[in-house]
Design a protein around this ligand. Structure first.
Ligand code: FAD
Length: 138
């Protein structure tokens, strides 16, 4: 996604994390080099997850999604389209945003406005972490 409003913002680097160990190593690297460290999930909140003089840790590849016993477990980089596509197979859904390319992290941290918002409220705000588990509604 390209937006000229943020064209001048240049992070020091982007670490693409494929494992939790990659995330740990990225945080350690940022700390050792006195850099701010900013996570990026879907990247749709580009003014927040693309930051000057910081190491961006792209958790997009951590996009696993599984469903069992009425609980969906998603990686921090999972996208809303993929999450809803899987849940639909089980007749389940989750109140999130409506944009298909939005990552789960932004909506999981602060809620999202989507088609279920009025009937089922927003998801609760959560502490930052690498994966989220949420009870589902039918
Ligand atoms: C085209 C478009 C359509 C949109 N449509 C909707 C909509 O229908 N409904 C709605 O509610 N919102 C909508 N939004 C807003 C969107 O939901 C928010 O911007 C949301 O925060 C995006 O989440 P993200 O994970 O994709 O973004 P990111 O930029 O990756 O992350 C959002 C914030 O969370 C932080 N973060 C990312 N990963 C982690 C992590 N693992 N741990 C801790 N912090 C993390 C980032 O640093 C950033 O501050 C839309 C935005 C766009 C650009």
């Amino acid at each position: 996604m390209f937006n000229p409003r943020f064209e001048s913002i240049q992070p020091v680097g982007v670490a693409r994390a494929t494992t939790a160990d990659d995330v740990r190593a990225s945080i350690r690297f940022a700390r050792d080099n006195a850099l701010a460290c900013v996570p990026k999930s879907g990247g749709q909140s580009f003014g927040a997850s693309t930051v000057e003089n910081a190491l961006v840790v792209d958790v997009g590849p951590l996009n696993g999604i599984s469903y069992a016993d009425n609980v969906v477990t998603v990686g921090a980089g999972a996208g809303l389209y993929d999450i809803h596509s899987l849940l639909d197979k089980y007749g389940r859904s989750l109140p999130t945003g409506a944009g298909p390319t939005i990552g789960i992290s932004g909506p999981a941290l602060g809620g999202g406005m989507g088609i279920h918002t009025r009937g089922h409220d927003r998801p609760p705000a959560r502490s930052p972490r690498q994966s989220h588990r949420a009870p589902l509604r039918s």
